[in-house]
Design a protein around this ligand. Sequence first.
Ligand SMILES: [Fe+2]
Ligand SMILES: [Fe+2]
Length: 189
Amino acid sequence: MRPAMRVLAKEHLALRAVARIVAIEAEVLRRDGRVDLDLLEDIAAYIAEFPNRIHHPKEEDFLFRHMRIRAPQRCGEILDRLLAEHVEESESIGTFRTALAAYRNGLPAADTHLANVAASYAKYLDRHIEFENTQAFPLATEVLQESDWAEIDAAFLANDDPLVTGDQDSRYTELHRRILRMGALPPGL
Ligand SMILES: [Fe+2]
Ligand SMILES: [Fe+2]
């Protein structure tokens, strides 16, 4: 596997695990009326700080850009959909954070609203990753050439997502532990 693809695969595993926790918390909130609010706030902060600030923009600026140059016809539709989802993502994280703040402040019906927002956000994240894994990435490996990969690999190898590195000094150490406890990531991640 190309170095960039290995980094992307690990970041997708981490984000998928995060989506799973969000889905579980949404279900617990719906059934029992309680939620691990600190953890969900950490998740929202993590998503804003890493996937949304680094992962998705690098996909666009390096991987997707080269794909469109090499094979605009074959890649156009898939890339247009993914770019639209990235735009949608920045709105979705805002909605999620607003729902968390409403719950934190004890606003009326904030629990039901948060459960709904969290459940659909988790579904959205999971679907986005699945589409990239199964449609965009295989297409990238088909259409890109060696000279494209040098720049793409260098860009992704510079990433330092704390849920991938397991950085012990990060704000997200507890989130990383929770992911490992779920058995959602393979050993070594
Ligand atoms: Fe993406
Ligand atoms: Fe991605």
